[in-house]
Ligand binder design. Structure first.
Ligand SMILES: Cc1cc2nc3c(=O)[nH]c(=O)nc-3n(C[C@H](O)[C@H](O)[C@H](O)COP(=O)(O)OP(=O)(O)OC[C@H]3O[C@@H](n4cnc5c(N)ncnc54)[C@H](O)[C@@H]3O)c2cc1C
Length: 500
């Protein structure tokens, strides 16, 4: 029976696991060991909409405290500077895997030419607005939003929450691991200390000290689908003429793409590129030419892929230690939340004595999750015809779209209809068909069975878009919404009525 858990690494992944285990399983002893010399990766700042409910509802962290300590801004979706349209917005809603009841065909059939404001989130994005105005005048902060977060205050706040819950944090570098009948029996630190536990969480980042290191679990590479392997990262202080945008921007670059992430006081940019296609110096020159204000640049090396199994014996790898796909859809923390919640539930429901079938189920679930994201990201590369540099031409011809191939084939014959969801891999819980349709419609992929809407259909569709545009016109900017939530009179739902 598991009584003692030792977590190796105290980046975002290790901390979210520590909080989940400690909050949900009473009596469990949870310790973390981390190397201050190695530190945390300090990148990973955009999330998906599952993070806020995980923090505030599942972990029970106070919204007021979190907003004060971490000062997040809101992300309503991703603006892609991509494809033949030059730009399209992917909002956190069902814009395309959806149909108006008054119309005979799904929404995508009305988006061949004009593709914007199909729903309120994308109408808000078009106007750089964060939230509609609620009847009390303040922002209507609906549940389905994501965050832009600065990794440094995030990690420091999560550590404080974890310590307050009783998690012990030990400073030290793991240099060796002793194998035992279940996997790992103990780890050794550089200073000679030996730490035993019943169960180990490997959240040591790309080093994967226990899962990839001591246990030598094989790595499944995604390099035939995702060619990028480096990121040049920098930031600058926000000027008074630079509004806080309520979305992440993904901009096509000569040999990859660049993110723009919006913090309250700064902008973060990162050029994700393929080292096969461009040298570090040339990537730097291209990036700086577009972003002359950039300061504090550094290069991060990564590889996209996952370990074959993430739970082996008494070791579970999480976060970057279990897998990583390049950050086009900002999926890493999304998976960490799911891993933490699933593992915690599996431990609870097995009475802290997990069975082999539970481990297998966990491993299959997360292998499918990673592979599904790989499939979706590969389409971003295969379909982006915005520019025709040698890198992008290679992507059009050589990116392996793996499990997305049947969906693309179906789309080319039938258009943007929902039946394609039956072709999705496994549980398809994350992006669903919406994510795939977004890439197909956004990139104007041609299809055979076209629909010619009648005038009456256009009138209904255009009225729907006009209503969304009207909501956005009256909505508020991020700056205005932040001034509400940081006002002392503001009350979050978890504190009673929302007032200002
Ligand atoms: C270019 C890039 C962009 C990204 N963008 C996003 C994004 O937009 N959104 C998103 O969700 N994610 C993003 N990620 C992923 C993000 O970095 C991670 O999800 C997140 O920061 C969690 O990291 P981690 O905790 O797994 O690892 P880390 O932050 O690297 O933490 C590792 C921990 O292990 C410790 N450690 C390592 N080795 C040892 C040892 N031998 N002994 C003791 N301790 C050790 C370290 O000290 C540290 O505490 C991005 C990643 C990259 C590379």
């Amino acid at each position: 029976m598991i009584k003692d858990v030792l977590i190796v690494g105290s980046g975002t992944a290790g901390l979210l696991f520590a909080l989940s285990l400690k909050r949900r399983i009473s009596g469990l002893n949870v310790r973390m060991v981390r190397s201050p010399k190695i530190g945390v990766i300090s990148v990973g700042e955009a999330t998906t909409p599952n993070l806020p409910p995980f923090l505030f509802e599942y972990l029970g962290i106070s919204r007021r405290y979190f907003y004060e300590r971490v000062r997040p801004t809101w992300k309503k979706g991703i603006r892609f500077l991509w494809g033949p349209r030059g730009r399209f917005d992917y909002g956190f809603a069902q814009a395309l895997d959806s149909q108006l009841s008054a119309l005979p065909r799904p929404n995508g059939f009305y988006c061949d030419e004009e593709f914007s404001c199909c729903d309120v989130p994308t109408a808000l994005m078009r106007d750089d607005k964060a939230f509609p105005r609620a009847p009390h005048g303040g922002p209507d902060i609906h549940r389905w939003h994501a965050f832009h977060l600065d990794n440094v205050p995030l990690v420091s706040a999560l550590e404080e929450f974890a310590v307050n819950l009783g998690v012990e944090v030990i400073d030290g570098k793991v240099v060796d691991a002793e194998k035992g009948p279940e996997g790992i029996a103990a780890i050794r630190l550089e200073d000679g200390r030996r730490l035993e536990a019943d169960f180990f969480v490997d959240s040591s980042g790309f080093r994967s000290v226990l899962l990839g290191g001591a246990l030598e679990e094989p790595f499944v590479s995604y390099s035939s689908s995702l060619f990028t392997d480096r990121a040049l990262v920098g930031s600058w202080e926000r000027g008074s003429d630079e509004p806080i945008l309520p979305y992440t921007t993904a901009e096509t670059m000569n040999c990859g793409w660049a993110w723009q992430i919006e913090h309250e006081k700064s902008l973060s940019r990162g050029y994700v590129y393929s080292s096969q296609a461009i040298s570090d110096d040339a990537a730097h020159d291209e990036f700086v030419a577009r972003n002359p204000k950039l300061t504090d640049q550094r290069i991060i090396h990564f590889r996209s892929g996952r370990y074959r199994r993430s739970w082996v014996g008494n070791v579970v790898g999480v976060g970057n230690a279990s897998g990583f796909v390049e950050p086009l859809e900002s999926t890493a923390l999304m998976i960490v939340c799911q891993e933490a919640q699933n593992l915690t539930n599996f431990l609870i429901h097995s009475g802290l004595e997990p069975t082999p079938t539970i481990r297998t189920m966990y491993n299959t679930y997360f292998a499918d999750t990673w592979d599904e994201i790989r499939d979706l990201l590969s389409l971003h590369y295969r379909l982006n015809t915005k520019i025709d540099t040698p890198f992008w031409k290679t992507c059009w011809n050589e990116v392996d779209i793996a499990g997305a191939a049947p969906i693309v084939e179906f789309y080319r014959e039938n258009g943007p209809i929902g039946f394609a969801r039956h072709l999705l891999r496994g549980h398809a819980a994350n992006f669903g068909l919406e994510g795939f349709l977004m890439m197909l419609v956004g990139n104007k992929v041609p299809y055979e069975k076209r629909h010619t809407p009648t005038d009456a259909e256009w009138e209904i569709w255009n009225r729907h878009r006009a209503n969304n545009i009207e909501v956005a016109r009256n909505a508020m900017t991020t700056e205005e919404a932040l001034s509400y939530v940081h006002h002392p009179n503001w009350r979050w739902d978890d504190e009673g009525a929302t007032t200002h």
